[in-house]
Design a protein around this ligand. Structure first.
Ligand code: AKG
Length: 248
């Protein structure tokens, strides 16, 4: 993570990472997704959330410790960060599976998703690597956020929460397939209603610092084939013992 990205993450609460996935990875992930869409998504469905991704194949398991994202995760979450939970959303039109409401923000304080800066270092709670599997262009909708709200001292006005009629402080974050958006859940954010010509396909890998879990469930690494030692380490349950860097 370079100086410009550090500046932007501190300022905004997110940065985009171009080419976080190679064209080959995007192709493989889309192919696997399409098999599951044929099996589990009806023609009339406008949106669907998929879970169980780590059993879909190596291309999905490889995202646990995606080399491009590791330096960002280590800087943002610190050594020993852990995989908290993951899912994939397909949106053909309109609302995402979680609707249109902006959520998150520094106030009121949430002990599982926060942003602090102390002694020259940032500290974050739940942090997301959101990967575009399809292009997201200006005007399409997709990920929207209120940059800087991870540090806001006042509550986000309830009357501005609906992204079907977004306030001008809400920014749409775009990028071609393969782009990742890494953001702190402490920043106010939402899915802007989808208006793109094609589908929105986004994979969400959510990570927490070593002693913390947002999810009430932890991974059992014995349930997954072919994990590396590093991937198993990143999938550990929360514990102060994980302070040690799992990559050493
Ligand atoms: O990009 C989106 O669909 C919104 C994601 C979101 O709200 C979240 O990860 O909490």
């Amino acid at each position: 993570m370079n100086e410009q990205e550090l500046f932007l993450f501190d300022l905004q609460g997110y940065v985009t990472v171009p080419n976080a996935l190679s064209a080959d990875q995007v192709g493989e992930l889309n192919d696997l997704l399409e098999e599951h869409m044929v099996a589990d998504m009806k023609a009339e469905d406008t949106t669907k959330r998929f879970g169980g991704l780590l059993n879909w194949g190596k291309p999905f398991r490889d995202l646990i410790d995606n080399e491009t994202m590791l330096p960002y995760l280590e800087t943002i979450l610190g050594r020993g960060f852990r995989l908290d939970h993951i899912y994939l959303d397909v949106i053909r039109a309109g609302l995402s599976p979680i609707g249109a409401g902006l959520h998150g923000g520094a106030t009121p304080y949430d002990a599982s998703q926060y942003y602090h800066y102390h002694n020259g270092k940032m500290y974050n709670g739940l942090t997301v690597a959101a990967y575009n599997l399809m292009d997201v262009n200006p005007g399409d909708g997709g990920f929207g956020c209120v940059p800087g709200s991870h540090k806001s001292n006042f509550r986000f006005p309830n009357e501005w929460r609906d992204t079907q009629n977004p306030h001008e402080c809400v920014k749409a974050v775009t990028g071609p397939a393969g782009t990742a958006i890494i953001f702190t859940e402490a920043m106010t954010h939402a899915a802007l209603p989808w208006k793109g010509a094609g589908e929105r396909r986004t994979i969400f890998f959510k990570y927490s610092p070593f002693p913390l879990s947002w999810s009430n469930r932890y991974y059992n690494t014995d349930e997954y084939e072919g994990l590396s030692d590093r991937q198993r380490a990143i999938m550990r349950a929360p514990s102060a013992a994980n302070r040690r860097n799992p990559y050493e």
